[in-house]
Design a protein around this ligand. Structure first.
Ligand code: PMP
Length: 389
């Protein structure tokens, strides 16, 4: 619970965490073979399958590291030097994925779109058909620099039809946007703990399907770096799920305790209800932003994420708005994508926050009040009222 001294953290990760998650992390660090830690690790793996909506044959992994580690793990296990990887470019984090894939030796095929839009399915289909076969298709479910969301379901269909792996960066999406790993037959979906999962930063979380695991098995090139290699981690994760002690490299035991609590909270109402709460929150905030005359970087509602708002500054207002918002007790983030870095700001609304209408009200009040401070003619009351319509 933020105190008056700690501003409400409304950036697109890290996010405010629930009292239960805080309490779970506020224990002396357990050893990696402590019975309580083994139970938390094993239970979290099972809960990840439920939240990812993955089947029993899929393998969840919990690694100490940030979301970028999960991106590295994806490239290192799935791509051999010289293989082709198709990447949908919807912003800064798609570009990072391309950089990581190139370092892994991939030939990257990029399918782009204007900033604020997502590539069309026909373009993706055409790109998959052109030239020699691709090994995998990579897409950023929600790109945090543009607020653009892609629809993974048709991308999975295209990938299946072309015989390529379907890999999704869910760092700004998992548990906040619809994703049905088994039903859509996706191959790998990964995230970081500090976003819609609702934890402090520090865990890279991913679920690999059978085809992705088989791709690592049939690798002919040199094995991936030891820490990134699924082979290093598989026996440990299997042991934890059988509630047996194990060791490869020290897990972030404190965060695993918090993870068990956070995933449990999500599953109390169920993943569908949690995603629906993100959708309701995003719709309420869009209504509030409209009354304030704020336009979004995403160009249509179909590609607008539920987990964050990427908003354009109104005319004659610039990034000096952010300290004015902070002075009103709410921290939001600046622009990130180079094309809108100076002209946009970002508000995260994911995880525990979507269960706290008071946080949303404070955020809208702070943004509206700061706009007034900056000289804009806006109605704070009207903006707050729009949250309920
Ligand atoms: N992908 C996306 C979509 C992200 O939003 C982020 C982080 N903002 C990352 C990858 C990288 O994650 P991290 O900062 O935890 O390494």
């Amino acid at each position: 619970m933020p105190t008056p001294l700690s501003p409400l953290l409304m950036i697109p990760g890290p996010v405010e965490v629930s009292p239960a998650v805080l309490a779970a992390a506020a224990v002396p660090p357990p050893g990696h073979t402590a019975p309580r830690l083994i139970e938390a690790f094993g239970a979290s793996l099972g809960m990840m399958r439920q939240i990812w909506q993955a089947d029993a044959a899929s393998q969840p992994f919990i690694l100490a590291g940030s979301g970028t580690l999960a991106m590295e793990v994806a490239a290192a296990n799935l791509i051999e030097p010289g293989e082709r990887a198709l990447v949908l470019n919807t912003g800064f984090f798609s570009e990072r994925m391309m950089a990581i894939l190139r370092r892994a030796g991939a030939e990257v095929i990029e399918v782009g779109a204007p900033v604020g839009e997502a590539p069309g399915m026909d373009e993706v289909r055409d790109a998959l058909r052109r030239g020699s076969p691709c090994k995998a298709l990579f897409a950023t479910h929600v790109d945090t620099s543009t607020g653009v969301r892609v629809d993974p379901e048709p991308l999975c269909h295209l990938a299946r039809a072309a015989g390529v792996l379907a890999v999704f960066d869910g760092v700004c999406a998992t548990a906040g946007e619809r994703f049905a790993m088994a039903a859509w037959d996706a191959d790998l979906y990964f995230t970081g703990s500090q976003k819609a999962i609702g934890l402090p930063p520090g865990l890279a979380l991913m679920v690999a399907g059978e085809r992705a695991l088989a791709a690592r098995e049939s690798r002919r090139a040199a094995p991936p770096p030891l820490y990134l290699d699924w082979h290093s981690w598989l026996p440990i994760h299997r042991a934890y799920e059988e509630r047996k002690p194990s060791y490869f490299a020290t897990p972030a035991t404190t965060l695993v305790m918090a993870l068990e609590s956070g995933l449990g909270e999500i599953l109390e109402a169920g993943i569908e209800a949690r995603v629906a709460a993100h959708a309701r929150t995003a719709a309420a905030l869009r209504a509030a932003w409209r009354t304030l005359g704020l336009r979004t970087v995403p160009q249509s509602e179909a590609v607008t994420a539920n987990t964050l708002s990427v908003l354009l500054f109104p005319e004659c207002i610039d990034a000096s708005l952010l300290p004015k918002i902070a002075a009103r007790g709410v921290t939001v983030a600046g622009g990130l994508h180079p094309a809108v870095k100076a002209t946009s700001f970002r508000v995260g609304h994911m995880g525990y926050t979507v269960t706290r209408p008071d946080y949303l009200r404070r955020t809208v009040e702070a943004v509206a009040g700061a706009l007034q401070d900056a000289g804009a003619a806006v109605d704070v009351e009207e903006a707050v009222k729009a949250l309920d319509t």
